[in-house]
Ligand binder design. Structure first.
Ligand SMILES: C=C1C[C@]23C[C@@]1(O)CC[C@H]2[C@@]12CC[C@H](O)[C@@](C)(C(=O)O1)[C@H]2[C@@H]3C(=O)O
Ligand SMILES: O=C(O)CCC(=O)C(=O)O
Ligand SMILES: [Fe+2]
Length: 350
């Protein structure tokens, strides 16, 4: 019989599980950012999966490993020290009762706000990495504009480069999940970070070489928060996707590449041509996983609407008009797994 200590039981009361086992998916599009057809491939990946990885991205390996080492130092501090740090969270994700087997730092990606009280070595590592990864996000958005023949070419990327860009940076640490907990819920996985789509335009993720990230592939289409069907079966209830069969697949880790995901705003700006990918992280019982994610968001007052150039004659927007501020407010009132875009979708015939 498995006997759990009181602290372990306390933790158990907070955890969630994903009922379905996942298989490794080896067909994640991989795009060499220096190749001449990177623009067409990027558009294809955004339309087909809403998720892909990039190589030759220009972020020095040293920036990635330095920040990872600084993050490990931080997460190894005693809990009372970590609790004092700006943006530190443990188990609780967002303001509405979501939990996961994760601790994290969630910071503004604006250079002025990024650090303050952190040690200088951590601040420098954050600055180097975030400014470099932001360039990757802008480059990908430019390739997208080029691939879609949108003018000007910075139609999307200027939103991230704007000094009021509302972008975030997050470092997640998924500690190994103790064996007794895994045994208690045998056949299921403990959720590190529950299923969701990212609300912003684009996210750029790097993780160490430990698996855990999973994406939702929709049959007959893709992975979006507004595809049609019955949901993922992961207990998301009122929330989650509607429609089609969602197959969760595991993303093979690759610590040299960066993973890009389409966010809800880019889905709207392309009037649904691109899909914001649903993803989640399951906990690992042996190894710690560290991920670092840049969430590229626009200034708060930006109107999020389909780009007129992308609309065919007679095509109507699938969404009501809103600003990023409206969307953000609504997102922060929602649960992690909710279909946030659903609140802004026009009902048919409107
Ligand atoms: C439950 C929540 C956490 C989240 C804010 C929200 O109310 C709904 C969106 C969540 C999410 C998912 C992507 C990013 O990790 C994040 C920082 C974001 O912008 O939206 C988180 C939010 C969070 O952790 O605060
Ligand atoms: O940690 C990861 O790999 C993904 C986490 C995530 O999706 C998020 O923080 O929004
Ligand atoms: Fe995410």
């Amino acid at each position: 019989m498995v006997v759990l200590s009181q602290p372990a039981l306390d933790q158990f009361s907070l955890i969630q599980t994903c009922p379905y086992s996942t298989s490794l998916f080896n067909n994640i599009p991989s795009i060499d950012l220096s190749s001449p057809n990177a623009n067409a491939l990027t558009v294809e990946a955004c339309q087909g999966f809403g998720f892909f990885k990039v190589t030759n991205h220009g972020v020095p390996l040293e920036f990635m490993t330095n920040l990872e080492s600084e993050a490990i130092k931080f997460f190894n501090l005693p809990r009372c020290e970590k609790d004092k740090a700006l943006g530190y969270g443990n188990r609780r994700i967002g303001p509405n009762g979501d939990v996961g087997w994760v601790e994290y730092l969630l910071l503004s990606a604006s250079p002025k706000l990024i650090h303050q009280k952190n040690p200088e070595s951590f601040r420098n590592a954050l600055n180097d990495y975030v400014s470099s990864v932001k360039r990757v996000a802008s480059k990908v958005l430019k390739l997208i504009a080029q691939g879609l023949r949108v003018e000007p070419r910075n139609a999307f990327s200027h939103l991230l480069k704007h000094q009021k860009s509302d972008s975030l940076f997050r470092i997640n640490h998924y500690p190994p999940c103790p064996e007794p907990l895994q045994q208690l819920i045998s056949g299921q996985n403990v959720v590190g970070f529950g299923e969701h789509t990212d609300p912003q335009l684009i996210s750029v993720l790097r993780s160490n070489n430990i698996s855990g990230l999973e994406i939702c592939l929709m049959s007959g289409g893709c992975c979006s928060s507004d595809s049609v069907g019955s949901g993922s079966g992961s207990g998301s209830g009122r929330d989650g996707i509607r429609g089609g069969d969602c197959t969760w697949v595991s993303v093979p880790p690759d610590d040299d590449s960066l993973f890009i995901s389409v966010g809800d705003c880019l889905q709207v700006m392309t009037n649904g041509r691109f899909k914001s990918v649903r993803h989640r992280v399951s906990a690992n019982n042996l190894n710690s996983r560290i991920s670092m994610i840049y969430f590229g968001g626009p200034p708060l007052d930006t109107k999020i609407a389909p780009l007129p150039q992308l609309m065919e004659e007679g095509e109507e927007s699938l969404y009501q008009e809103f600003t990023w501020e409206d969307y953000k407010k609504s997102a922060y009132n929602s649960k992690l797994g909710d279909n946030r875009l659903g609140f802004f979708q026009k009902s048919s015939g409107q």
